[in-house]
Design a binder for this molecule. Structure first.
Ligand code: ADP
Ligand code: ZN
Length: 761
């Protein structure tokens, strides 16, 4: 038996790869369990260590995978992402393979041996070859995940059939039946096992008695299920041309541009159908899965039993089940959010990125991947088309299409029965002069609200700021009340009667007098959605008002439930933050009021105008989507700002035409590439020093512009001081050079954000 060899193992921690003794011939990408001083950890094999440290090496505790579970092209994608984002493979692996997904070593091979027998014979070369055959589809291993994935590896839902209970039930059966009744008739198997502490055999017995039924549940999402029949439509000429424009046999990046409702989803569906018919698989990315119950229902209706769903909020069992389905090729269409771009799907024939401009595709924590960008890379590696869709594309994608790197496909036809809403601008400066005080609702908006309610139609009011008052200040000394742990003002929440920090969650009882000078002249500044709701209730006492912001939707499923209630006509006025902009059509929504269109423009970020334009256009587009004509009233202090002017005209192309030259002149993306290095420390010095050192080692890299280190826009969060160093270059090359010139520990004290989307936090 060959003796174990020094092997480099990478861990998902901020440490360089470590060397352990592992069986010779272990394939890179295989997961192993190792012991650290602090306990056990899962690591991933990088390969033999040619120059092992001269100490006594510890052996690995266990080899978890007989061969790498990820398809080869996905492994290539991870290699690329690790290099590009400056993180280890071990940091990316958990995004595509939950640690609970482990193959069963008792799996029997066609020759009668088990995987465990090959392991005992130390035949790692043989195991690696088996893995290759399995990935190539020439070796079927139906039981590879049986045990861990549960029976059939789906998520099973247990449901009361309504049949009378058997005359005698065991205590365990009684517990299960009670739990089901309490839950309204149905629960997931995992939830039941947890709630009742019974064995899974109980379900089978109850099923035999006909009291419950078990079905594989795919749509795990909405509290209130949405049923959608498969309404096949005949594609119009533009849609047919769009489908034809996407070549299925080779890589190609496409930007599908068309307003909401112009039929983009029908184009994706038609493409997906063709790809599935050829036996290849489809990866479909959406910005937020909770907001797309209708899409999921549409997919499930069109491709019954073929859809698996990745959901950021799923519990471990659910995630595990869907990933196992992918590994077993049980679901040729995978729809999911950001990390789904790394889903272990093999032979991908199409990637769809819906609402490609959405910021949620970019991770806000290490590793800071951008799913849209990785989707393009993945399509390249898979040799398949990728379709980015949007009504308000990111300027990056728009420019790439103009430069010919992406193929632009436009749907110009307005969907049947849909007219653009009329948009009226209220200049808040004039309103102030007339009223001689700050105006929250201009008279014109109030009149429109009254008329809308009188007609039994719906209204939506957007204010992108939650809480009651944005901050408190003292009229006597002029100072504001800040979070003791963060460099940010506290926001007043009236319902909870608390001042709260929106960054760290700190909260305190509102003081009666100024905490600085003791004067009793405190003033709340800047109304938020909570106050808008209050004022509306006073103005329209009979209206049914629903507020949707982070405060009212913290429970999983509550946002979806609220939106569905509004859709069902149970709400007259929706008040909320940018959450209102997405998903869902409200057939009776005819008035959209934007209370302060400028809020997003004040943020010191070169994308402020782009984000504001997108938000305003999306919200405005909510009005009047069905038979009823819509109306938008937009209140602003800066009616001449390009983002506002073009949002009023609902004209993305004009906005892009004005904004892009400005980006080019100032050297911002898409005409330049950026990397942001952040660091934090218990003192400003501690945060600053590593960035100064970093700057020094980057001075020699040609083609770099180095800005900073500077205080981060929010200079302190949770008692940690924050600084950042910004690198700009004409192309990506120098930024890659910078990573090689000053390598970082992945997940360490200085973190790298390539192509940063947010500069604030
Ligand atoms: P988008 O994805 O651009 O918002 P959808 O594809 O969801 O647009 O289409 C909006 C609505 O119009 C859907 O209800 C869809 O079924 C319908 N629709 C799209 N294309 C057609 C068509 N060619 N004929 C009839 N109805 C269509
Ligand atoms: Zn705080």
């Amino acid at each position: 038996m060959p003796s174990p060899v020094p092997t480099r193992i990478e861990l998902a921690r901020p440490v360089p790869p470590l060397t352990y003794l592992a069986p010779a011939g272990l394939a890179p990408g295989v997961r192993v369990q190792v012991r650290l001083r602090s306990g056990k950890a899962v690591g991933v094999v990088l390969g033999p260590d040619p120059a092992p440290p001269e100490v006594r090496l510890k052996p690995v505790d266990a080899v978890l995978d007989p061969f790498p579970l990820l398809p080869a092209r996905l492994r290539d994608l991870l290699d690329f992402a690790a290099r590009y984002y400056g993180c280890g493979l071990a940091h990316l692996l958990p995004l595509c393979l939950p640690s609970a997904v482990v193959p069963d070593w008792d799996t029997v091979l066609p020759d009668g041996r088990t995987l465990a027998q090959l392991r005992e014979a130390d035949d790692w070369g043989g195991l690696t070859a088996l893995g290759e055959a399995w990935h190539a589809g020439t070796l079927d291993l139906p039981t590879l995940f049986h045990r861990r994935g549960g029976r059939g590896a789906g998520v099973m839902e247990v449901r009361l059939t309504g049949a009378p209970h058997p005359p005698r039930v065991t205590p365990s059966q009684a517990k299960v039946l009670r739990a089901l009744e309490a839950a309204g008739g149905a629960l997931l198997e995992g939830e039941l096992l947890e709630a009742c502490a019974v064995g899974a055999g109980v379900f089978a017995t109850l099923e035999k008695h006909g009291v419950v039924s078990r079905t594989r549940r795919i749509d795990l999402l909405s509290q209130r299920r949405v049923e959608e029949p498969d309404r096949r439509v005949a594609l119009n000429a533009e849609q047919v041309a769009a489908v034809e424009a996407v070549g299925l046999d080779a890589f190609g990046a496409h930007l599908l541009y068309g307003i909401t409702g112009s039929g983009k989803t029908e184009v994706y569906l038609a493409l997906a159908e063709r790809v599935l018919a050829r036996g290849r698989r489809v990866l479909w990315l959406v910005p937020e899965i909770g907001l797309t119950p209708r899409l999921l229902a549409r997919l499930e209706a069109r491709f019954p039993g073929q859809v698996a769903v990745g959901h950021a909020g799923l519990n471990a069992t659910e995630k595990q089940a869907d990933v196992v389905r992918l590994l077993q090729d049980g679901a040729p269409l995978f729809v999911g959010v950001r990390n789904a771009v790394l889903a272990p799907l093999r032979d991908v024939g199409l990637i769809v990125v819906d609402e490609e401009q959405e910021g949620s595709y970019k991770s806000e924590e290490h590793p800071r991947i951008h799913a849209r960008d990785l989707a393009i890379k993945r399509a390249q590696l898979e040799g398949c088309p990728v379709v980015l869709g949007s009504a308000t594309p990111s300027l990056e994608s728009w420019q790439a299409a103009q430069a010919g790197r992406y193929k632009r496909i436009v749907l110009r036809q307005r969907p049947r029965g849909v007219t653009l809403p009329t948009v009226q601008v209220v200049d808040l400066r004039d309103a102030f002069k007339e009223a001689r005080k700050r105006v929250v609702f201009a008279p014109r908006l109030l009149t429109a609200l009254g008329e809308t309610l009188a007609r039994g139609e719906q209204a939506m009011l957007l204010l992108n700021r939650r809480g009651f008052e944005n901050f408190w200040m003292c009229r006597a000394c002029g100072r504001t009340f800040e979070c003791p742990h963060c460099a940010l003002s506290l926001t007043f929440h009236k319902g909870a009667w608390r001042l709260r920090c929106h960054l760290c969650g700190f909260e305190t009882a509102p003081p009666e007098a100024c905490i600085h000078c003791g004067a009793e002249h405190i003033r709340g500044v800047g109304e938020g959605t909570e106050q808008i709701e209050d004022q509306l209730r006073a103005l329209f006492p009979a209206a049914r008002i629903l507020r949707l912001d982070r405060d009212t939707t913290s429970r999983r499923g509550s946002l979806e439930a609220g939106l569905l209630a509004a859709e069902a006509g149970e709400v007259d006025v929706l008040v909320g933050t940018q959450m209102l902009a997405k998903g869902h059509t409200f057939p009776r929504l005819t008035l959209v009021g934007i209370l302060n269109a400028d809020l997003g423009l004040k943020i010191a970020d070169f994308r402020a105008a782009e984000r504001t334009f997108q938000l305003l256009t999306q919200v405005a587009g909510r009005a009047g989507r069905a038979e009823l004509p819509g109306r938008v009233i937009l209140q602003t202090y800066s009616p001449d700002h390009p983002a506002i002017v073009h949002a009023v005209a609902q004209d993305f192309e004009a906005f892009a035409a004005e904004e892009l030259p400005y980006r080019e002149a100032l050297g911002y993306p898409p005409y330049a590439a950026m990397s942001l290095y952040r660091s934090e420390g218990a003192t400003p010095q501690e945060a600053l020093d590593p960035l100064r050192a970093l700057r020094a080692s980057l001075e020699r890299v040609p083609g770099l512009r180095i800005l900073g280190p500077l205080e981060a826009p929010i200079a302190k969060v949770k008692d940690r001081y924050r600084f950042q160093l910004l690198l700009k270059a004409a192309g990506r090359g120098p930024l890659g050079e910078a990573m090689r010139a000053a390598p970082l520990l992945p997940g360490g004290p200085v973190s790298l954000d390539r192509d940063p989307l947010s500069f604030g936090v």
